[in-house]
Ligand binder design. Structure first.
Ligand code: UCC
Ligand code: FAD
Length: 582
């Protein structure tokens, strides 16, 4: 008996060692690049103190709510106990607290109040960046709410959307509304022009009733939505394609019997991630609606929303990377392997440093899109800024969305087996990252959007890109510590210019095959230039220089290298297909 008491793990004993969990600290104070960026561009005490206080609230209070949202996902109640159809989407108390907090903190409102002029979008997005990984995906309805407010602003804040606009942009929780964005139908989410079957039947009072089936509608507990439909003429005929689509505003409301007006919630999606948030299939059966766009200008009108939601998506991507890097860095100071802390293993630190470099590139890319958006909205944008924003929006969304999955996945591995364990909260980060490259335009569809905006601007967006990238490098020519990075970037820029010239002469099929690599090249070169530019700032740290050097060691212009290997030649589609179906 006595001997047994010395045996470890005997009986009910579970041993005395327990691993300390990684600790989430104030995400504002923990982020050197974020603070450096703001010190450089928005050195306002009011912004700093608000972000610092918000960061404290996120780490101490909100993060727990985010976890609550994950473990108490929404439920759809189709019927009440007496058999009446109610279609009620029940969300967790934490999800409702997120709504109130979002209003109070002005997470949408800031973009419209513009407290810091052209830097207001940067400020708003920095707040969302701090919030996003703890938000229980509440950043999704906020993105669509922001996008809807932007669309309303662009068509004019007047009846019937003036009330909605004031609710979308209010700081009063009891008045605050969120919006949906219902574009995807069963036949196509990318190809909206061919996929949309929903029809709008004109009413005698000038309004419409919508009939159709929306296949993906996220945060379906929204108060209103923007959606696309085809207007029927008197014979019931509609115009096919993009020219047949118009943009509609509809409120999600209930009649006196508690039934949704003109909507049936078919079911909630059973999703890999984003489980905190309801995503529903909706049957629209006479949904009352008002047309917002000119007839047939639906896609062009909703494009304003897409710009905003794609920037929000990019913020969430950069924020997911930042969060996993912060937690992994903290864990490395607490976990020992082979006799020393993980942080003292050079190979482990190299792994974290590579994640850090990716995160920094992503952060600067997104911030630059926000900077340009802020300039445009405050009337400060030059034509070059406007063109650059059009090009960068899809580039930044597609690049950061993809890299978020890679960085978060690597991040999970840095916790060893614990990274795979549900109740650590870590796996949810990866699940939620995976959607970032799918919704709001997949990687390929956005790569084609890059080609579209190049073609429609007759190359002016590329001109803006080259001009601005070169200007970012101008200050670095005399900084010897950055010379290898500048040299690599100069070479990549000229390779990119060569590609553009050659590809233009080869025609659309060639360009289409090169589209994804082109978008990646645009992203990597631009992020490299931003990192170099930031490292040249007088307040920059040695780590800023090191990050720029490391970033520029990668293949900055994959499109040129692949072109040289004949990857876009006319015979490759057939070879690719043969390989896939071999
Ligand atoms: O996924 C969704 C919501 C998820 C939840 C929100 C989360 C947000 C982040 C949260 C973080 C946690 S909502 C569904 C999103 N769906 C998409 O993104 C659709 C993807 N497909 C595309 O983007 C396609 O490229 C389409 C649908 C835009 C293609 O449409 P069309 O009609 O075939 O294309 P067209 O004919 O080329 O374009 C029609 C007009 C043109 O204008 P005009 O006629 O003046 O030349 C285009 O220039 O629309 C204009 N346009 C644009 N303008 C098209 N795309 C854009 C754009 N991106 N920016 C400006
Ligand atoms: P498809 O268009 O069928 O694409 C399938 C594949 O083909 C993709 O890899 C795509 O890149 C590729 N592909 C398509 N066309 C081309 C091409 N021309 N060239 C090369 N490759 C191509 N939608 C909404 O409207 N509102 C919402 O609130 C909403 N919420 C969502 C929530 C979640 C969790 C998810 C997963 C989706 C949501 N969506 C929503 C839908 C989303 O926007 C679409 O799924 C997305 O746009 C892709 O459309 P799809 O599913 O029809 O894929």
């Amino acid at each position: 008996w006595e001997a047994a008491s010395y045996l470890p793990f005997s009986g009910a004993r579970i041993g005395s060692f327990f691993q300390e969990r990684p600790v989430l600290k104030n995400p504002f104070l923990e982020d050197a690049l974020l603070r450096g960026y703001l010190r450089r561009h928005l050195p306002q005490e009011a912004a700093f103190s608000d972000l610092c206080a918000f960061g404290e609230r996120v780490s101490k209070e909100v993060d727990v709510w985010g976890r609550e949202c994950e473990v108490t996902p929404p439920q759809l109640v189709h019927f009440d106990p007496w058999g009446r159809r109610v279609d009620h989407i029940e969300t967790s108390p934490a999800w409702k607290r997120m709504k109130d907090l979002s209003a109070q903190e002005g997470l949408v409102a800031i973009g419209y109040e513009r407290p810091f002029g052209e830097w207001s979008r940067v400020y708003q997005m920095c707040k969302l960046y701090i919030y996003s990984p703890s938000s229980g995906l509440y950043t999704c309805p906020l993105a669509m709410t922001d996008g809807a407010a932007k669309v309303i602003q662009s068509v004019g804040v007047s009846w019937p959307v003036d009330e909605a606009y004031s609710r979308l942009t209010t700081r009063q929780p009891e008045r605050f509304w969120t919006s949906g964005q219902w574009m995807t139908e069963r036949q196509g989410g990318s190809d909206v022009a061919r996929g949309t079957e929903t029809v709008a039947v004109p009413q005698t009072d000038g309004s419409y009733k919508l009939h159709g089936f929306k296949w993906f509608t996220s945060a379906t507990d929204a108060d209103m939505t923007l959606t696309l439909a085809r207007i029927q003429d008197r014979t019931g005929a509609t115009t096919p394609g993009s020219r047949g689509l118009s943009l509609f505003y509809a409120e999600v409301s209930r009649d006196e019997d508690g039934l949704l007006k003109g909507i049936e919630v078919q079911r909630l999606k059973d999703k890999l991630g984003t489980r905190q948030m309801p995503t529903a299939e909706l049957l629209l059966d006479g949904l009352p609606a008002h047309r917002l766009s000119e007839v047939g200008r639906g896609v062009a009108s909703i494009a304003n929303m897409l710009t905003i939601t794609r920037i929000h998506n990019s913020i969430s991507a950069a924020a997911a990377m930042r969060r996993v890097v912060q937690l992994a860095g903290d864990y490395a100071t607490r976990r020992t392997a082979f006799g020393k802390l993980l942080k003292d293993h050079p190979l482990h630190m190299q792994t974290l440093a590579r994640m850090e470099v990716e995160t920094r590139g992503a952060f600067l890319l997104v911030m630059d899109a926000c900077r340009l958006l802020g300039r445009e909205e405050s009337g400060m944008a030059t034509q070059l800024d406007t063109n650059l924003l059009r090009l960068l929006t899809p580039v930044v969304k597609l690049y950061t969305g993809k890299q978020a999955v890679a960085v978060v996945s690597e991040g999970l591995e840095s916790f060893g087996g614990q990274g795979y364990i549900e109740d650590t909260g870590l796996p949810g980060l990866l699940r939620d990252a995976q959607v970032l490259s799918i919704w709001e335009g997949t990687t390929n569809v956005l790569s084609l959007d890059v080609l579209r905006c190049v073609a429609r601007s007759s190359g002016l967006v590329l001109h803006a890109y080259f001009t601005h990238t070169k200007s970012l490098l101008a200050g670095a020519s005399s900084v010897s510590s950055l010379a290898p990075a500048v040299k690599a970037l100069d070479r990549a820029l000229s390779e990119l210019q060569d590609f553009v010239q050659v590809a233009a002469s080869r025609g659309p099929a060639y360009l289409e095959l090169g589209a994804r690599d082109l978008a990646y090249s645009l992203a990597r070169i631009y992020a490299g230039a931003l990192l170099i530019d930031h490292a040249c700032w007088k307040g920059a740290s040695p780590s800023d220089t090191y990050a720029a050097l490391r970033w520029c060691e990668q293949d900055l212009c994959p499109v040129a290298n692949k072109q040289a290997r004949g990857c876009y030649d006319p015979n490759t589609p057939a070879l690719d297909a043969a390989l896939v179906y071999d």
